[in-house]
Every structure is written in C-alpha cells, then in structure tokens.
Design a protein around this ligand. Structure first.
Ligand SMILES: Nc1ncnc2c1ncn2[C@@H]1O[C@H](COP(=O)(O)OP(=O)(O)O)[C@@H](O)[C@H]1O
Ligand SMILES: [Mg+2]
Length: 264
C-alpha cells in the first residue's frame, strides 16, 4: 500500500520538482514502485520527465474533475517510474474545486484505486497555498519541504507549517512533516551556512532537517534533457545527498512493511 508524500512549499523555484524527480528515481533504483504525480498546472515535472504537457490526451485534471480512470492517465515506466502528468488545464481545477461538492476527497478518490500498485506516491505540489495544495495535503501521509538556502528563505515556513496544522486540525489528523530539505546549498557562501544553521536551530524542533542538496547546475542540465541527474551524470557529487534522503524515506517505507508483517 503506497505512502503518499507531498513535496510542498508555497515558494516557487526552491527545488520541489527537481527533488520529486531525483528522489523518486533513486528510490526506484532501490526497487520501490514509484508514482510521480505532477500537481502543478505549469507541468514542470511532466516536462522534466521528457514529455510535452500540451500533447497529452489525459492528465490528472481529467481524473480529478471528469472521473477519468486513473490507471488510463498514468504514463508507465519513464526512467523506472510511473507518471500521472499535468498541463495548464489543471489551472481550471483550482477554480472549479471552489464550488465542487466533496472536494476534500477528490484526490483521494483518484489515488485509492492505484494505492496497491505503488510503494510511494510523490506529489509535486504547485507553489501556492490554494485549493490544489490543500487537496494534496488532505490526501497525504507526509509532507517533505524543500527550502532554498538563500537569505532567510526559511522564514516562509511559518505560514507553511500553519497550513499543515490547519489541515491536520480539520481534514487529515494523521498528516506529518517528514522533514525539511535545504536546497541549492553552496558551501562557499557564508550566507548559505548561516541559513543552514538557522534551519537546524529552528526547524529541527519540528521535524528532521536533512542533508542539504548542493547547488549544481547539472540538475538543470539533466532536466533540460528530460532525465534525472543520476542518468545524466551518474557520478555527480550531488547524488550523495539525494541518496541520504532516500535512505530516510526507505526506512519510513520499510517500517510500514515491518508493521504489516507483524500484524499478519
Ligand atoms: N540543487 C539545485 N542546484 C541548482 N539548481 C537547482 C537545484 N534544484 C533545482 N534547481 C533549478 O532551480 C530551478 C527551480 O527548480 P524547481 O525544481 O523547478 O523548483 P520548484 O518546483 O520549487 O519551482 C530549476 O531551473 C532547477 O533546475
Ligand atoms: Mg515545481
């Protein structure tokens, strides 16, 4: 039974999509069955995975708003993962959901039929605190929060954590923050070191602050080629921090397997 993780931060450009694809790939290499869900109308994840969003015949929008069968919209076996893609059409859902009945359960309804087929569903959220993000949080077990190491960018996390608390209080009491991932980290920049120090000081009380992902242009180069960094440059230094994060996620997924075995 899949765990569902939202890769979430209302700030744009912090590395959500890059992290979703590269973490998903690393986990798939460890034998985990991964579904990437592009939940951003910009379709960046769909593009990073090497596809042209506007040419797709079915996307998450069709599943969410038109009851299109989920399995029929999934694109299988892209770099060892499956992808439920998005395009600009998903932007309409943001408005349509405002008046939609039973909206809280809409994404859950889309994912329930396929939960058994995966170990992990990674939802690449859009940079907003709107309805689509809300739906993603309502449907998830955990939130993974990438934070840019630029000057005080961790400050926006107050609002983010408040949003998570609101969702926990209302619709999803089991939601937890899995951890924070500092991104685009440059050792050479003293300001980044200070940001990292502050994240460790303030955020580690809430959830683990994981190894920072180094600033590496190769991430952008790889996604431009429509592939994860590991297939683009398999010896790249930055892959080590992705692997350390994957260790933690694997431990979480395996813990559940252990609990299941115990029950049976
Ligand atoms: N660790 C990194 N080092 C350098 N560039 C990065 C890194 N992570 C992401 N990027 C680049 O930053 C930009 C924004 O990343 P993206 O993953 O699209 O962020 P988000 O999904 O939060 O908007 C992209 O051009 C991406 O290639
Ligand atoms: Mg993105």
């Amino acid at each position: 039974m899949a765990k569902i993780f939202s890769v979430f931060n209302q700030a744009g450009g912090v590395g959500k999509t890059t992290l979703s694809m590269n973490l998903g790939y690393e986990l798939s290499q460890r034998g985990k069955r991964i579904l990437l869900l592009d939940f951003d109308p910009q379709g960046s994840l769909t593009i990073f995975m090497g596809l042209e969003p506007e040419s797709l015949s079915a996307t998450i929008y069709d599943c969410l708003m038109k009851s299109y069968p989920t399995s029929a919209a999934i694109l299988p076996s892209l770099h060892g993962m499956d992808l439920l893609p998005a395009n600009i059409g998903l932007g309409m859902a943001e408005m349509e959901l405002v008046v939609a009945p039973m909206r809280e359960s809409k994404l859950k309804k889309v994912l329930t039929p396929i939960l058994k087929s995966y170990d992990l569903i990674l939802i690449d959220c859009l940079p907003s605190l709107g309805m689509l993000s809300y739906l993603s949080l309502v449907t998830s077990d955990c939130v993974l929060v990438p934070i840019d190491c630029e000057f005080k960018s961790y400050r926006g996390t107050d609002l983010l954590l408040q949003t998570v608390e609101n969702v926990k209080g209302e619709a999803n009491p089991d939601l937890s923050v899995f951890g924070f991932v500092p991104t685009k980290y440059s050792k050479a920049k003293t300001q980044h070191k200070r940001s990292l120090g502050a994240m460790n000081q303030y955020l580690s009380m809430i959830a683990p602050v994981f190894e920072p992902i180094p600033n590496a242009i190769a991430f952008a180069d790889a996604s431009e080629q429509g592939q994860p960094l590991a297939t683009y440059d398999r010896r790249h230094e930055a892959l080590k921090s992705i692997a350390l994060l994957a260790d933690q996620v694997c431990a979480e997924l395996n813990q559940d397997l252990g609990a299941l075995a115990h029950v049976q």
